[in-house]
Design a protein around this ligand. Structure first.
Ligand SMILES: C[S@@+](CC[C@H](N)C(=O)[O-])C[C@H]1O[C@@H](n2cnc3c(N)ncnc32)[C@H](O)[C@@H]1O
Length: 281
């Protein structure tokens, strides 16, 4: 079977690579850990970790610094556009191309202690989740752990009353609505992932939810990143000549409008969902 249809609607280009790397740092500081402490507690001394949809590899490269040098970390993504070259990687990290919606090769199955998947939800249709969960289970050893991270709707637009009375949100709300039109199922996992994981043979599922605006000091940074993501979506719609895409000038105008609203106190937030689960052993 060939690769699945690529429905990821964010562009893969240098500005996006930069945004994903910055977003990674910010998310880790907000969430408070790279690998969930309940998983760390079960790791063998030389764990094997796989990451699906690794993007720029930022997560797995950082994780390598926290694990023993004998750990093996393998990250894959549908596209190699954002992957750093092998020479820039720690010697125990390997990055390559693989489609998470396709069954993993036999030599990788049952090999890993941990599988991580973060923020693949923009590329998922409801029917894809069962496949990806089954592929994660196939990669794991019996008793191995899955960590999944996903964002809820990142266009929840707020102003902090009292702090910024009179801040406008209309441009950002409209841009968010238009941008997210190409990601209609991005939040599907929020209500459905537990049952998908049970079906795929996981047990002891846990979910931790935190919010991006937990630390007031990071609100403006997240807002900048979320506005950047909306801009990337709108731009990609324009570049791919999608139906009802805005024109280039309108997209740029929206970006300026979002920046202006952010300067005046608007901020965006979303819930950050961290799931952990163990493969039945
Ligand atoms: C929002 S980015 C997140 C990247 C990274 N996990 C992170 O947290 O920074 C989503 C990533 O999913 C990848 N992706 C989309 N569809 C995929 C698929 N079918 N298999 C593997 N990766 C996929 C994209 O290429 C992109 O790098």
């Amino acid at each position: 079977m060939g690769p699945s249809k690529d429905i990821y609607t964010l562009a893969r280009e240098p500005t996006e690579t930069e945004r994903l790397n910055a977003q990674h740092k910010q998310l880790i500081s907000c969430i408070g850990y790279t690998l969930h402490p309940s998983i760390v507690a079960t790791l063998p001394t030389a764990p094997k970790v796989a990451e699906l949809a690794t993007g720029t590899g930022a997560f797995i490269i950082d994780l390598a610094k926290e694990l023993s040098p004998d750990a093996q970390l393998d990250g894959t993504d549908y596209s190699d556009a954002a992957l750093p070259c092998q020479g820039q990687l720690p010697s125990n990290v390997r990055l390559g191309v693989a489609d998470a919606k396709q069954a993993p090769p036999e030599e990788s199955t049952g090999k890993y202690d941990v599988v991580c998947i973060r923020y693949i939800n923009p590329a998922m249709m409801p029917e894809d989740w069962a496949k990806v969960a089954a592929h994660a289970a196939a990669l794991l050893k019996p008793g191995g752990a899955l960590q999944f991270a996903g964002m809820g709707d990142f266009t929840q637009v707020k102003t902090v009353l009292g702090e910024h009375p009179g801040a406008f949100t209309a441009v950002t709300e409209r841009a968010g609505r238009l941008g997210l039109a190409s990601l209609p199922h991005a939040s599907w996992f929020v209500s459905n992932l537990f049952s998908v994981l049970v079906e795929a043979g996981f047990r002891d599922m846990r979910r931790e939810v935190t919010t991006q605006d937990r630390e007031p000091g990071s609100r403006s940074v997240f807002t900048k990143m979320s506005a950047g993501a909306i801009y990337a979506l709108l731009r990609q719609q324009y570049l791919s000549k999608a139906e009802r895409a805005l024109g280039e000038e309108e997209v740029e105008e929206m970006r300026r409008g979002m920046d202006e609203e952010a300067r005046k106190g608007m901020y965006m937030r979303c819930d950050l969902h961290q799931f952990v689960a163990w493969k039945k052993g």
